[in-house]
Design a protein around this ligand. Structure first.
Ligand code: UDP
Ligand code: MG
Length: 162
């Protein structure tokens, strides 16, 4: 890879998204399957932690839904059992991850998506993914401290990017 390509790659690879495998995904043993999908797609893992979520964090994360009828149940669910919080990086990763996750209701998510392949109920839809670049920035900094994110360059980038 020459220096020009290196600069170009660093410019396109800055986008990051926040993903969380929810308690149902963890309890159903889908952690490996879900991580595998993002890894083999070609995105780069830059943050990962297995954790219990505090009520404060769950409420802050879903603040946009505070007035919705499902808010209380959603918060109770997210804090009920551990989650896997992750940050993934790559060109267009925010929108691409949403596509790989599928529609909010797993009954209408396309087969081939995570929710389409593994779920049947909107309140048990396995995984969260940031819905826009600005949301991703907010969620990454809500869930991760700067020092918990690992900036690194996978050796396969020349085979993933032109
Ligand atoms: N949710 C729910 N009932 C609803 C709508 C949403 O339980 O009628 C939950 C569901 O877990 C969803 C989360 O609230 O993933 C956030 O809703 P949003 O519309 O942001 O869906 P997402 O962005 O996760 O697809
Ligand atoms: Mg959402």
């Amino acid at each position: 890879m020459n220096e020009d390509n290196l600069i170009e790659f660093e410019e396109i690879a800055l986008e990051r998204t926040f993903l969380a495998i929810k308690p149902d995904g963890v309890q159903r043993g889908l952690v490996g399957e879900i991580i595998r999908r993002f890894e083999t797609k070609g995105f780069t893992l830059v943050g990962l932690k297995f954790m219990n979520v505090t009520r404060e964090l769950a409420e802050a994360h879903y603040d946009v839904h505070r007035e919705r009828p499902f808010f209380t149940g959603l918060v109770e669910f997210i804090i009920s059992s551990p989650v896997v919080a992750m940050v993934w990086e790559g060109d267009g990763v925010v929108a691409a991850a949403r596509k790989m996750i599928g529609a909010t209701n797993p009954l209408t998510s396309e087969p081939g998506t995570i929710r389409g392949d593994f779920g049947v109920s909107i309140g048990r839809n396995i995984i969260h993914g940031s819905d826009a670049i600005e949301t991703a920035q907010r969620e990454v900094s809500l869930w991760f401290k700067d020092e918990e994110l690992v900036t690194w360059k996978p050796q396969n980038t020349t085979w993933l990017y032109e």
